[in-house]
Design a binder for this molecule. Structure first.
Ligand SMILES: Cc1cc2nc3c(=O)[nH]c(=O)nc-3n(C[C@H](O)[C@H](O)[C@H](O)COP(=O)(O)O)c2cc1C
Length: 171
């Protein structure tokens, strides 16, 4: 580390400020030799259009991590407002049924054979292009094999609550 580098902000101060960022809510699914796993993820970003790449950040303590590593394939389903229960199941806090249980919900099969959320806002099916560790998380960059558009209104997460978008009065 640079001897002149300033110490980082306390992680609770980082987390409470970052909690004010409004994000979409996705369920990342993977399937293959290491089994089927799903996880609710807000850390999703477009990286590049040509080639088409997206990234997801996954806590290295997550049980989904080794499955993502071994399977080498994942899908990102951007949830709609009607899909909130998927977000609750795959963050381990379902109102009904067991945490992380695929049987709680309806799925459709993607071009890659991965389970996709039915009636999602948009879905990206990926093959892992690269992964790298950063702090507590692993960044998976996926090469997008298939992209699907839905017509669901996007679900948003901000300040520890699920929300929906309303149009700005200037529009
Ligand atoms: C709205 C929301 C967004 C989340 N985003 C991420 C994320 O980007 N990456 C991640 O690894 N976990 C994320 N999580 C956490 C996981 O979905 C899951 O809750 C956690 O791994 C379960 O372990 P815990 O109960 O030990 O916290 C998010 C959870 C929620 C509710």
């Amino acid at each position: 580390m640079n001897a002149m580098a300033k110490p980082p902000v306390a992680s609770q101060d980082f987390v409470s400020a970052m909690g004010l960022a409004a994000t979409g809510v996705s369920v990342v699914t993977t399937d293959g030799p290491a089994g089927r796993f799903g996880l609710t993820v807000s850390a999703v970003s477009s990286v590049s259009a040509d080639p088409p790449l997206v990234l997801i950040c996954i806590n290295r303590k997550s049980p989904a991590l080794s499955a993502l590593d071994v399977n080498g394939t994942f899908a990102v389903s951007l949830l709609g407002v009607e899909n909130r229960a998927y977000a609750e199941t795959f963050s381990g806090r379902p109102r009904e049924g067991k945490p992380f249980d695929f049987d709680n919900h309806d799925w459709r099969e993607g071009d890659t054979g991965l389970p996709l959320v039915t009636d999602a806002t948009a879905i990206f099916e990926c093959e892992t292009h690269e992964s790298l560790d950063a702090g507590t998380h692993r960044i998976f960059i996926g090469r997008v094999i298939a992209a699907h558009k839905g017509d669901a209104e996007p679900l948003v997460y901000c300040n520890r609550a699920f929300r929906r978008i309303t149009a700005h009065e200037g529009n």
